[in-house]
Design a protein around this ligand. Sequence first.
Ligand code: GDP
Length: 443
Amino acid sequence: MFDTLSDRLSSVFKKFSGQKRLTEENVQEGLREVRLALLEADVNFKVVKQFIDRVRDKCLGQDVLKGLNPAQQVIKIVNDEMIELLGGETTGLDLRGQQPYVIMMVGLQGSGKTTSTGKLANHLRKSKMRPYLAPADVYRPAAIDQLKTLAAQLDLPVYDSTVQMNPVDIARNAVAAAREQQCNVVILDTAGRLHIDETLMQELVAIKEAVAPQEILFVADAMTGQDAVTVADAFNNALDITGVVLTKMDGDARGGAALSIKTVTGKSVKFVGMGEKLSDLEVFHPDRIASRILGMGDVLTLIEKAQTTIKEEEAEELGRKMQRAEFDFEDFRTQMRRMRKLGSLESIMKLIPGMGALREKLGDMQVPEKEMVRIEAIINSMTRQERRQPILMNTSRKERIARGAGTTVKEVDKLLSNFEGMRQMMKQVMGGGKKKKGKMPQL
Ligand code: GDP
């Protein structure tokens, strides 16, 4: 999904990477292309204008984050604004008050409403809810059968609606039946039409008044782009919807609906449909989607880390220590703890000045979690002095450390010798010492 937009944006970012700093000129030029990319993705033009204005203001008024180049800065700003566009925080269902809760599914015919009703039931059941399904589309017999079939597949109770019944009665009776059967959430599949239709809206309003749903989810077909947004707006005006389910995102290369709905309707996308199967429903996470659109997951994580974790001075100090082979077990443990919180050793390495060359030599440096725990236990069992001066290590110290860490002297020895190898390697690469081709010793 979002493939086209991703491709366009990454070529814009590439252009920024050749620049030394952000100027009014290069920002204007870059943003012109971002604007085109968004319009091509079928994002609402008013939304595009607002977006571009905000990004431009931020780019030009930005306190430059130390250590980020212009491309990285632009990516960060675009990413932050993109998350806002997609709705900011992840908003799940808001089910509170009297049980059974009621979730009313509304939308046009063919949008994926009935399928999404089944998917949502499946999703809720996984989080230990007891869903009850209620087909209320009495105008399309096939819709009732379709939901009954889905209920059978999921082995969930379903209200035995017929086309002769009145939808408001179905809704009321289904809630009563759910309560009787100790189900705590009713998902109501309402009727759809091909177009917005006054009679239908009145019927939906009557259902809403009868059962006071906690959630009214508008189901929209993402592939219909701006039409989906217009229809969402109309449903919202009539029913004050609580959120949106965007279906068929698996086939949507453009992403216009996802990027416009929140700004236009003020309501967030809560779920996305990613396929036809009952398991193909995902909670909508604006931050993850934004980074998928930008196709810059790695860069963004790096930027976040640069902001929040390693302070520049600290990184420089570390670099100096490495150069002089003074990097000790205290430093190593600090970095390792950080890594475990943040991810791979590789991503930390990127932040240390001059480490690029070392990284190239080392290749993939992911140390498995279990291994890290083991190594940390050994380091923890050393005294502070031993961590600072591994040279002090003798047999009785090693024995004590091994006992403390629940391991063998052999393992302690292995760590010590690999650590020394790593220090030498760092010294060579960082300090421009005699360069030898070699492999990073395995810790
Ligand atoms: P309704 O008329 O709104 O109830 O729509 P349906 O639930 O019957 O769905 C219409 C068609 O869209 C069916 O063929 C579904 O399998 C398909 N569909 C629904 N959601 C998705 C989705 O997320 N991805 C894909 N690829 N197809 C979907």
